[in-house]
Design a protein around this ligand. Structure first.
Ligand code: DC
Length: 221
């Protein structure tokens, strides 16, 4: 099986690029951030502080999380509810970053993530895919961009969706999430030694896509 691990900070374009690449290569796209977001959302809805590990751990046995592909798009379900849209808020992103620092949450998701790569060709994006989840991945890419470039992209997405966040707020959140994701003890965001670094600050979408295709083509004949 071929596995492509794509890691990097929030807003580097991982999911948009990975989704398109997966479609072109005929691989299954696995968005691990969506799993952490769903657990974060569940904690928020339950009125718990996502940073409170004990409170979140007590919720884990109640959580039923399922991924399904519909018309080529990955959907994520919390019980019977499709939460694919509900998890795409800044608040759910921050909650995901908080529960991502919780070792029990990471352990809870690890088997699901690994099993997905056992039976099918996958393109998996996250923070620790190349370092922890799939250390033997066929290809590892560490995708990054400057905080300003990432905040600008996120802010434009929010604008297009009519969301009210200001650029300054988005930049602040990007920086805070970078800090949380790189400084946690459990599986922090870091480049795997054998990952190829790709900085997309100065690249547009098509250029980034081409660069990723070249990196993959070098490893997968
Ligand atoms: O990729 P994203 O923005 O949807 O991820 C949301 C948060 O989830 C991110 O800030 C940290 C956490 N996360 C993680 O800890 N490990 C992963 N493999 C993916 C996401």
């Amino acid at each position: 099986m071929v596995s492509v691990a794509i890691d990097g900070p929030a807003g580097a374009g991982k999911s948009t690029l990975a989704r398109r690449l997966a479609a072109e290569l005929g691989y299954i796209y696995v968005d691990t951030g969506a799993m952490f977001r769903t657990i974060g959302l569940y904690a928020l809805r339950a009125g718990k502080d996502p940073k409170d590990n004990e409170a979140v751990n007590a919720l884990l046995p109640e959580i039923s999380l399922r991924l399904a592909t519909l018309d080529g798009e990955q959907h994520i379900y919390l019980g019977e509810e499709d939460v694919s849209t509900a998890i795409r808020t800044e608040e759910a992103g921050m909650a995901a970053s908080a529960v991502g620092a919780n070792p029990a949450v990471r352990a809870y998701l690890l088997d699901t993530q690994r099993n997905m790569a056992k039976t099918q060709n996958v393109l998996m994006d996250g923070r620790d895919i190349g370092t922890v989840v799939l250390p033997d991945a066929t290809v590892k890419i560490f995708l990054t961009a400057s905080p300003e470039a990432r905040a600008t992209r996120r802010w434009k997405e929010y604008q297009a969706k009519g969301m009210p966040n200001t650029y300054e707020e988005v930049l602040e959140d990007v920086k805070q999430r970078d800090y949380q994701d790189t400084h946690r003890a459990a599986a922090p965001l870091k480049q795997a030694e054998d990952a190829v670094l790709l900085d997309t600050s100065e690249l547009n979408f098509e250029q980034s896509l081409d660069a990723m295709k070249q990196i993959i083509a070098r490893k997968v004949g």
